[in-house]
Structures are given as C-alpha cells and as structure tokens.
Design a protein around this ligand. Structure first.
Ligand code: FAD
Length: 374
C-alpha cells in the first residue's frame, strides 16, 4: 500500500521484540516469489538472494531404500528471522512505522484508523473478540508433531520414514541456510505414546529422535525449543477457518483468517498473498466496505484449491500405514500425489498403476540401502 501511494500512513504493531520469531525456516515455491515480484519486486529480489534453492527430493525409507527425484519442482528455504528482517527493513525504507513490543489487546486502541489489518496469527486477539461474527472453526489434526532445527545442512528436500516397534515416525526437512536445516517430526498418537515421547522432557525426546534419525543426521544434533517447564513442544496441527474475513474496518489476513497444514509449506505464501490481494482490492475500489467484501470473496475462492490440497496432504500422513507396504518407488510416487482427493478412496497400488499408465508418472530413481545415490 505504501508503494502504491506513499501518502498512506501505516503502522505495524508487533508484540515481540525486534528479531524474535518462532520456528526455524520457511520453505516456499516459485509461486511465492512470482507473487512477491508482482507486489514488490525489491523484496522479492532480496528474499530470493537470501534463500537456499533445491531441485531434488529425497525419501529415505527405513532399511529399504533411498528414493530420489531429480529436476523436480524448485523449492526454497529461508530462515524465519531473516525473512522477517528483510520485510521489516523494506517496509521501514518505504516509510512504514514498526512498533515492536506493542501488543494490541482491543481494536479500540486503534480508534481513528481507516483500516485495521489483523495479521496476528492463529490465536488472533482481534478476531477472537468477534468469534461469532467471524464464524471461526478449528479442527485438531490426529497426529503429533514437533518442529525442530538441526546443524545438518541437507542438500535437497528430505523425507525420512523410520519404522519402530510402535509404528512409523517420519520427518520432512529442508535447508534454510548454509549451516542449518529445519524439520517437522510427526507420528501417530499411538507411536508417540508407545515410544514414551509423551513422558519425556525435551532433552530425552531429542536424544531418542537423534537415534531414530541417525542415518540422515550424520552425527549432527537436533535443536529444540523446550516449554518453560522443560517439556518438549509436541503439538497437534490446528486447521482454522472463518466464515467471513472482515467486520467493519477490520480485515483478517494470514493465519488469523485461515491455516493450511504445514506439509504443503504454503502458509507464508498465503499470508503474503492475502496482504497483496487486500492492498490491490483497496487500490481498485476506494470504498472500504466494497473493497473488503471483494477481498473476502475473491481471495477466499482463490485459495480454496490450496486448502483442499493441504487437507488431503494431512490426511495422507494420518493414513501412512496404508502406503508403507508399497514398493519404495510406488510409495514415493504416491507421496508426491498425496494432494489427490481420489487417492484416499482407491487402493493405493491400483491408483499407482492407473496413474502411471494414464499420466506416465515420472519415475524417481530408487537406491537400495548401501548403494550410492546419484
Ligand atoms: C510446524 C509448522 C511448520 C510450518 N512450515 C511452514 C513452511 O515451511 N512454509 C510456509 O510457508 N509456512 C509454514 N508454516 C505456516 C506458517 O508458519 C504460517 O502460515 C505463517 O507464519 C502465517 O503468517 P502470519 O503472519 O499470518 O502469522 P504469524 O507468523 O503467526 O505472525 C503473527 C504475528 O503477530 C504477532 N502478534 C500476535 N498477536 C499480537 C497482538 N495482539 N499484538 C501485536 N502483535 C501480535 C505475533 O507475535 C507474530 O509476530 C508452518 C507452520 C507450522 C505450524
């Protein structure tokens, strides 16, 4: 908005100190970059320059095989601190004020503003005060997950599936700098309890996970973020939706409006996309109510496909045992097809065979344990 009209007077209120964020890295795809190039080419250029890029995917399947797909979709990783620092610096250079350590507890504190954009995350205070109006709904995922860092810098997007006496546990990870990667470790609640992860403090959880994922960590440690009492940060993913994304002069963007399962790595792109779409709507129509209604209607429709993909992706992992008896090649191919709405209803091998015949699914390379990956 500041780019389109420098006369706009914009303030960002952030409750945390400058330079503080949760999580480790952000993975994103070309779509984020192209949208950002459209909204603000300068930010897009700096974000790209500071990102790690990969174009191959690797799946390590415990004691069976390592499967790789080369020349696949290009992906990127960037540190969360770095991304925030770039965007904050760019906003400041355009004349936006950023007030850190300023928590907004009520929209009355912003009386006089023409527009209030609530980008205050999944637990949005501004939204929760009007939960009935917004029609907020949350669904809790079945699986347990923990978000970790490591000093092992992977050189591709990595999936690792490890079989234990209590079921499968897996990790998806990617590099976000030259010396760090991040990964989400996930398993069913039965495996979580069976491994005793519900009882362990973070240090014990990490020690056990380092053992289970030793083959991909090459001796590097996992890095956590314990809760105040030292317990590990295991969570269930919350999918949040709202019936409407605006009320009066208040508009919801990003996780405050909708969340999408982390397994498709889209949340940040969607949050940035919401902001750009909102700015564009306001630019096209200076009647606030009409512009917000347009943003709500059109942007909601635009992201529906991605939300559906996230739903099926989360479900694929929740039904993981359904796919683990397939050959590594079949399993990896269907991992790439996990956004399909048909897959949950068709026997996996049949889906693979028909898909292979019709679509000529690209064949990833399969490497038995001990053989050298290309
Ligand atoms: C395990 C996990 C892994 C993920 N991995 C990825 C990934 O790889 N790629 C990706 O694109 N997405 C990923 N996501 C999703 C992504 O993190 C979110 O979708 C994205 O951060 C949403 O951005 P946001 O700005 O809407 O909200 P947030 O990032 O939550 O930011 C909200 C901000 O508002 C501030 N705030 C909150 N309340 C107040 C208040 N009352 N006053 C002032 N400030 C306030 C907070 O401090 C925070 O800085 C992941 C999510 C999870 C759970």
């Amino acid at each position: 908005m500041k780019r389109t009209d420098p006369a706009h007077d914009i303030t960002v209120y952030e409750r945390n100190p400058a330079g503080s964020t949760y999580g480790w890295g952000v993975t994103y795809w070309d779509e984020l970059l192209s949208n950002l190039y459209f909204a603000d080419p300068e930010s897009a250029q700096i974000v790209r320059e500071n990102s790690i890029r990969w174009d191959s995917w690797v799946a390590y399947i415990h004691e069976r095989a390592t499967v790789t797909a080369n020349d696949s979709d290009v992906g990127y990783g960037i540190g969360r601190h770095q991304l925030l620092a770039i965007l904050a610096e760019r906003a400041r250079s355009l004349g936006v004020r950023i007030e850190y350590e300023h928590e907004i507890t009520h929209e009355d504190e912003l009386a006089g503003a023409d527009l209030i954009v609530a980008g205050d995350g999944i637990n949005s205070t501004l939204r929760e005060r009007h939960a009935t109006h917004f029609g907020t709904q949350t669904t809790l995922g079945r699986n347990k997950y923990m978000w970790l860092g490591t000093t092992k810098a992977f050189d591709s997007f990595l999936f690792a599936f490890v079989e234990t006496d209590h079921g499968w546990i897996w990790c998806y990870g990617y590099p976000y700098s030259h010396d760090h990667s991040t990964g989400v470790i996930e398993c069913s609640p039965e495996t979580w309890k069976g491994l005793g992860l519900h009882q362990t403090h973070e240090a014990d959880s990490l020690a056990l996970l380092e053992k289970l994922f030793a083959d991909i960590l090459d001796g590097h440690p996992l890095l956590g973020r314990a809760l105040n009492d030292g317990s590990a940060h295991w969570l269930n993913f919350r999918t949040l939706t709202n019936r409407t994304w605006h009320r009066g002069n208040l508009a919801l963007v990003g996780d405050a409006a909708h969340t999408t399962h982390y397994s498709i790595g889209a949340g940040t792109a969607l949050a940035l996309g919401d902001a750009a779409f909102l700015a564009h709507s306001l630019y096209q129509d200076d009647r606030l109510e009409a512009a917000l209604a347009r943003y709500d209607r059109r942007r909601r429709a635009e992201i529906r496909r991605i939300q559906r993909a996230a739903h099926y992706s989360a479900q694929w992992y929740e039904n993981l045992p359904r796919y683990m008896d397939l050959s590594p090649l079949e399993m990896f191919t269907l991992l790439g097809k996990r956004h399909s709405r048909l897959l949950p209803h068709i026997p996996p091998r049949l889906y693979y065979q028909v898909g292979h015949a019709i679509e000529r699914l690209p064949s990833p390379g399969v490497f038995r344990r001990g053989s050298k990956a290309r």
